[in-house]
Write a protein that binds this ligand. Sequence first.
Ligand code: NAD
Ligand code: UDP
Length: 334
Amino acid sequence: MRFSFRYTLGHMVKRILVTGGAGFLGSHLCDRLVSMGHDVVCLDNLFTSQKSNIEHLLGQKNFEFVRHDITEPIMLEVDEIFNLACPAAPGHYQYNPIKTMKTSVLGAINVLGLAKRVRAKIFHASTSEVYGDPDVHPQPESYRGNVNPIGPRACYDEGKRAAETLFFDYHRQNKVNIRVVRIFNTYGPRMHPYDGRVVSNFIRQALAGEPITIYGAGTQTRSFCYVDDLLDGFLALMNAPDDLPGPVNIGNPVEFTIRELAEMTVELCGGSSPIINAKPLPADDPLQRCPDITLAQTRLGWAPRVQLREGLARTIAYFRSIDLAKFRAPTPNF
Ligand code: NAD
Ligand code: UDP
């Protein structure tokens, strides 16, 4: 595993809580931490995930699954916390927007309270959505964003912004040792096939020979980071000196239009799906998004390595290997 030597040689075995640990990113993080020998508690309410993501870990003696909703407090004795619990796909977080806001805000209060009580270092998965529909491009951490506070994406964007505020207030007021990462669009194996996100939708459609559904003109851009690269960034930030609480952008700075992504997906899947303009651009859908990763490069020595073509091929191989009938769409929004 790349970079693993930096984190495995001479490290202490820690008790680590991963909230949202059964999800797409959380399950990969649990894999890494378990393989490094840490004692991992995976907490999840399985709203947007299923146990199959962590099935292979269930028998391991240094892994434990706790079904819990992070909007409720929990008492655990841990050394580190990774807070990932939150629906992440637009269809998922808009399904029950009030619950999404509660998960971000009450969830942050509960994990920060826990971190304060047991003096644990705590990492928070924030998002490029804090920049909204950006008028600065690419987006550095110093950019304060352009978010509509009352639109359909606000439950997620503003929830994540409020969570960042809570993290920095607990840091200033209670000296909690925090790490905040702003994640840009990430993809890879174990994305939920029915999450409605662009990569999973396009691959599922291309493999089934169905039309590829572009929203709007397809000229809006995103920058796609492969999950392994993202996790290298997570661990580098968590193990960085304490004077770097963040926020730190982690993402791949190579930008693609959604149409380019559709064309590449069809090509790699080897099908002949037509690419159609399925519906107008959803409200507040950002027109462009690309991280400025100077801070991660200079302070963490981190940069992504996996190019979109290679990462997409790996993700397509995963989608070919799964039985879609075993996946329940968590919400009707896809
Ligand atoms: P995911 O939906 O696969 O994982 C989220 C996990 O959190 C799921 O397992 C879900 O069941 C769990 N969860 C949701 N609400 C919960 C609650 N109230 N209590 C306990 N568990 C709960 O999404 P993901 O892509 O793995 O995202 C993980 C984190 O990273 C999220 O916080 C998300 O906002 C952030 N993020 C992801 C991306 C991305 O591109 N994947 C981009 C930006 C930020
Ligand atoms: N999108 C699309 N077709 C789809 C799903 C999404 O054109 O089937 C677009 C969506 O409107 C957005 C971009 O792809 O402009 C990325 O959407 P996604 O839901 O993956 O994440 P976002 O970055 O918007 O949170």
